[in-house]
Design a protein around this ligand. Structure first.
Ligand SMILES: [Zn+2]
Length: 94
């Protein structure tokens, strides 16, 4: 899974922050699962590549987007914490 879009970077950063402040597993698998879940929960326009990266970066700095991302990530992390899909070998590699 490669993370390239600005919204994806923002979500993954928020996932890291959220997991750092909770007791839940933060292995690569759980991070990616939480990020993917959160992204699915966010409005599609945040992930749009039609308007150019500069415009999107500006929009992603707005308070509304920050709040949306924060809420989506918190919900996604709760789902992943409840049902982690990591394998034992994933944990060994982190
Ligand atoms: Zn995990």
């Amino acid at each position: 899974m490669t993370l390239k879009k600005p919204i994806e970077k923002l979500v993954l950063r928020e996932v890291d922050r959220h997991m750092a402040t909770s007791a839940q597993c933060s292995c690569q698998r759980c991070r990616e699962d939480a990020a993917a879940l959160a992204l699915r929960d966010l409005p599609n326009r945040y992930a749009s590549t039609q308007r150019g990266e500069v415009m999107i970066n500006v929009e992603l700095q707005s308070l509304q987007v920050q709040l949306d991302v924060h809420r989506a990530v918190a919900a996604a992390c709760a789902v992943v914490a409840e049902r982690p899909r990591h394998e034992p070998e994933d944990l060994a590699s982190t």
